[in-house]
Design a protein. Structure first.
Length: 549
């Protein structure tokens, strides 16, 4: 026991950690009680968003008349404040430690859906121990995680997902990509934050990935999916086995291929057709009911033309739950906790179907720590790299995006100078966009091939030499500190010796802003008028947008 009153008088809020001694100072709490499993140490891909969910779950348990027990081991989180729960066990979230506590306390049940992947990974051992899991059961969790079972599940519901295979050897992987075609998205199973994910464009890249990035074996299959470049849409919902309340649909600014945690997301959606909204709601409802979800569910979709594909389904809280709870004015975690305790959505006074959005827009933008993470590739992809996020609110999407860019540190400067070095496959899309900045008064620097393409489009350009050139090089221009931002789209491969990698790192280390996604650049362009006229960006509280006093 850690005595939080230092022995001066009896503590009402001690907390506990385990030792291998004979004496045990933790006496089980009396009365009806439930345990919340936290998310463990905060790291990229597993962050404070899940701590938000854990804390709100503890509060909901107490309102429902339960004693709340928290198991978590991060001193930087709110959930490990000993005043937040009735009892805190400050323990590593490993099978041995967690089961010891559960056997001691003998709770009515355990909530695993609010601690992200760390908590979900403990579901099997908890279930096998005979201690009830509250809310969505192990079968729903395993079905969503197991690639082959999930494919069969979607086929039974007549829902589409990108074609793919689970492979257990390099030979199987080669056969799979021959059938699927390049590019492919490759990842290990049972991961959070896209750890170990990569887009491969050739057999050589695939072979390098399987040798260096993951351990492939019959017990550790690797998932290979056809990579679909389309519009990504994300949904958070709550289900009780009969009713599905869809909290909201978020539209990602960046196309599929950038991890959802690193994408800018806008709520409510702003340019998807009504039939897409209807299809998303129908698919989400079908899956939530078929999985027998009791609590939260997160679904990620990608739209390509007239086709809608399901990328991923998570029968747990997601990192967008705090964002959506705030801007949709819906206490998602409290509703989901009460569902897990047996109360229906309708009995709580909430409808089924899509929750009505407010009369304003909200944009969630990622924040990165590249300057402190030296030598790390800053180009965005399937593996999550952001270390935080901000919310921008506005009466229209451009104002909301402008506030989000501003809060994330993307403020325009007075010098209005940009540097462009664009991959060949992106030039057709990038040149008209760069031309818009030039017309708005920006001076344009560019490397040779990009400069040639811009000149052909009628843009006045100052050409700079590539890395290693005898004349003024791209690195010299960045080091001078006169560039407003760098546009550098990622070429195939992200090795440290490649020019693109060196340019991106140079931009970070000279505190120069950068764009590696043309979708992000387009969003920045569209809200530039707001960013340049900061009178529009005076702070307004969330309560004012929600018309609350």
């Amino acid at each position: 026991m850690v005595d939080t009153c230092a022995g001066e008088f009896e503590s009402d809020t001690p907390y506990y950690y385990a030792t291998f001694e004979q004496e045990d100072e933790a006496q089980p709490i009396e009365g009806k009680k439930a345990v919340v499993i936290g998310s463990g140490p905060i790291r990229i891909g597993q962050g404070v968003e899940f701590d938000y969910c854990s804390v709100h779950a503890l509060q909901a348990l107490e309102k429902a008349g339960y004693k709340s027990i928290m198991i978590n081991n991060n001193p930087e989180t709110v959930s490990t404040d000993f005043n937040v729960s009735d009892r805190l066990y400050f323990e590593p979230l490993m099978e041995e430690e967690v089961l010891d506590i559960l056997r001691k306390e003998k709770p009515e049940g355990v909530l695993v859906q609010f601690g992200g992947q760390t908590a979900i990974n403990l579901a099997r051992c908890i279930d096998e121990s005979g201690i009830p899991i509250l809310g969505s059961q192990l079968n729903a969790i395993d079905l969503a995680e197991d690639r082959e079972r999930f494919d069969d599940f979607l086929e039974g519901l007549h829902l589409s997902r990108p074609a793919g295979k689970a492979v257990r050897s390099f030979e199987e992987a080669k056969n799979a990509v021959q059938e699927l075609g390049f590019p492919v998205l490759v990842r290990p199973s049972y991961v959070l934050g896209g750890r170990g994910m990569e887009i491969c464009y050739s057999v050589n890249e695939l072979e390098g990935y399987l040798k260096e990035a993951v351990r492939i074996s019959p017990d550790h299959p690797v998932l290979i999916d056809r990579y679909i470049l389309g519009q990504e849409l994300e949904v958070d919902a709550i289900a009780d086995g009969e009713t599905v309340l869809i909290a909201g649909i978020m539209e990602h600014v960046e196309r599929a291929g950038v991890h959802s945690g690193d994408s800018i997301a806008v709520y409510p959606w702003y340019h998807i057709d009504p039939w897409v909204v209807e299809e998303i709601c129908e698919a989400t409802t079908k899956m939530a009911l078929a999985l027998q979800v009791k609590g939260l569910i997160n679904v990620q979709f990608v739209r390509q033309g007239q086709n809608l594909y399901i990328i991923e389904v998570n029968p747990r809280s997601s990192r967008t739950v705090p964002f959506l709870s705030k801007v949709a004015n819906l206490p998602m975690v409290q509703i989901a906790t009460r569902v897990a305790l047996g109360e229906s959505i309708k009995d709580q006074g909430y409808p089924d179907g899509l929750w009505a959005a407010g009369d304003f827009y909200a944009a969630k933008a990622p924040v990165f720590s590249w300057a402190k993470l030296r030598g790390v590739e800053i180009g965005l992809g399937p593996e999550m790299k952001s270390t935080g996020e901000v919310i921008g609110l506005g009466q229209n999407k451009d104002e909301a995006l402008a506030r989000a860019f501003w809060a994330a540190g993307w403020k325009p400067t007075a010098q209005k100078v940009l540097l462009a070095t664009i991959a060949d496959r992106d030039k057709k899309e990038a040149i008209p966009l760069i031309k818009q900045f030039w017309r708005a008064g920006y001076k344009v620097y560019a490397t040779s091939k990009t400069a040639d393409a811009l000149v052909q489009a009628g843009v006045k350009v100052e050409e700079v030499a590539k890395i290693g050139g005898k004349e003024r090089t791209v690195l010299d221009v960045i080091a001078e500190g006169k560039i407003d931002f760098v546009i550098n789209t990622v070429t195939l491969g992200k090795l440290p010796e490649r020019d693109g990698f060196i340019i991106r790192r140079s931009a970070v280390e000279h505190d120069c802003r950068y764009f590696t996604s043309l979708d992000t650049l387009l969003a920045y362009w569209r809200c530039l008028s707001y960013l340049q006229n900061t009178e529009h960006l005076k702070p307004v509280s969330l309560q004012e947008y929600l018309h609350e006093k």
